[in-house]
Design a binder for this molecule. Structure first.
Ligand SMILES: [Fe+2]
Ligand SMILES: [Fe+2]
Ligand SMILES: [Fe+2]
Length: 410
């Protein structure tokens, strides 16, 4: 089985990593014949780089040490260029909505892949929980595409990922208190868990940033409102995932793990990338990340007196992250977990929630007028709209509404 062995890889000196403008901006993929999972890799790697840059900026503002600041700036410049190279692979004729379907395809098939290989059961539950929500977003945006352009969203997903309801978006809105999660223990957690944590947090953060920076650009009023509604769920996802990380990790430890995770993700992407030109890019960028990781490891050695090997407690990571269809897995999670809700840092069935669960009242408040994620289905005649007429969704909706009613009465 392929695995990631960072200590056996060669890096590239950081001064040699900086690119000229021609190298930064390369030819985009062709949206008509791109492999849908090439698009998802581009979207994910952009999110991974953005998180690396944003976290490094946070360190620069909090670390009172000139050497650390300088090295962070050197690594950050390379990551920033990489981010642009990757994000500019998206072609200009790909609409915001088409790109959005790609984002939710990432969310579904990435989350499902990570969940199936996650060694920590609590982290796995958290992934499964949000999986059903992003799965529903794919459906709502798919409905929007049909309403706006009479186009089939499958032209983006190419049948690799089902487009049907998950946990209905309108019922994903929760009081902020219900986004609290436990964190893993940095000394106990497996390296794979730490990598999954950084990968999914980066991906969800990128999704939030994309919806919040593009939703207002849509000319259609329902589209503008749908982006706003779903962006808030992504904010919830970033919150719950961000909380999984151990706050007792030092700043340098966090950036070292982020750089390691960049390398792990690029190596994973290269392994299954059918586009030769893009595969070479993934391979090249993986080498750059190894240097960033080694620079962080040196800083930890110098300023904290610790060896990176002792922090990692492993010299390899497996399996690699793979984009592939997960239809059966998603169906199983849907069947078993559609009515799971977060309560007291755990996931419990709807029937086991107390009437004073804060999210009942919160949901009543935000859904008290028009609900974009519902309108987008009602606006359709047949087609995707039919997919909601199935017992599992109808039962869940009825139970949820009953609970909101009875929480009012008390
Ligand atoms: Fe990078
Ligand atoms: Fe999400
Ligand atoms: Fe990096």
């Amino acid at each position: 089985m392929a695995q990631f062995k960072p200590f056996e890889m060669d890096g590239i000196p950081v001064e040699s990593e900086y690119m000229n403008w021609e190298e930064v901006i390369q030819e985009p993929y062709d949206k008509m014949d791109v492999d849908p999972y090439t698009r998802t890799r581009v979207i994910l790697m952009n999110g991974i780089e953005t998180n690396s840059v944003l976290t490094s900026h946070a360190v620069e503002r909090m670390a009172d040490n000139p050497e650390i600041k300088k090295q962070m700036a050197e690594i950050r410049r390379a990551d920033s260029q990489q981010q642009q190279t990757v994000d500019w692979l998206n072609p200009p004729d790909q609409t915001i909505l088409e790109t959005t379907l790609g984002y939710e395809q990432v969310a579904v098939d990435l989350t499902a892949n990570l969940a199936q290989h996650e060694p920590d059961s609590y982290v796995k539950s958290t992934l499964d929980f949000a999986l059903l929500e992003d799965f529903d977003h794919l459906y709502r945006y798919g409905c929007l595409m049909q309403i706006l352009n009479s186009e089939d969203p499958e032209q983006i997903t190419k049948g690799k990922t089902d487009i049907k309801p998950g946990r209905p978006t309108s019922m994903e809105h929760r009081h902020p208190d219900d986004s609290m999660r436990n964190h893993y223990d940095k000394d106990e957690a497996e390296l794979k868990t730490k990598m999954n944590y950084i990968t999914i947090t980066s991906g969800e953060q990128q999704t939030e940033l994309f919806y919040k920076s593009h939703g207002n650009m849509c000319s259609d009023d329902l589209a503008r409102r749908l982006y706003s509604e779903i962006a808030e769920i992504e904010e919830q996802h970033v919150t719950q995932y961000g909380l999984l990380g151990d706050p007792n990790e030092t700043m340098l430890e966090k950036v070292a793990m982020i750089q390691l995770n960049e390398a792990y993700n690029y190596c994973s992407a290269a392994l299954t990338e059918p586009n030769r030109r893009i595969r070479r890019l993934w391979e090249h960028f993986a080498q750059m990340e190894i240097t960033h990781f080694n620079m962080c490891a040196d800083l930890i050695k110098k300023h904290e007196g610790r060896n990176i090997e002792d922090i990692m407690q492993a010299d390899s990571i497996r399996p690699m992250i793979t984009f592939e269809p997960n239809k059966k897995y998603v169906d199983k999670v849907l069947e078993e977990q559609i009515d799971l809700m977060p309560y007291n840092m755990e996931f419990v069935h709807l029937a086991d929630l107390p009437d004073n669960w804060p999210s009942f009242q919160y949901e009543k408040k935000v859904n008290s007028d028009r609900i974009p994620s519902e309108e987008v289905v009602k606006g359709l005649d047949g087609g995707l709209a039919e997919k909601e007429n199935v017992e599992i969704y109808q039962n869940f909706r009825r139970q949820m509404n009953e609970r909101i009613q009875s929480s009012n009465a008390k």
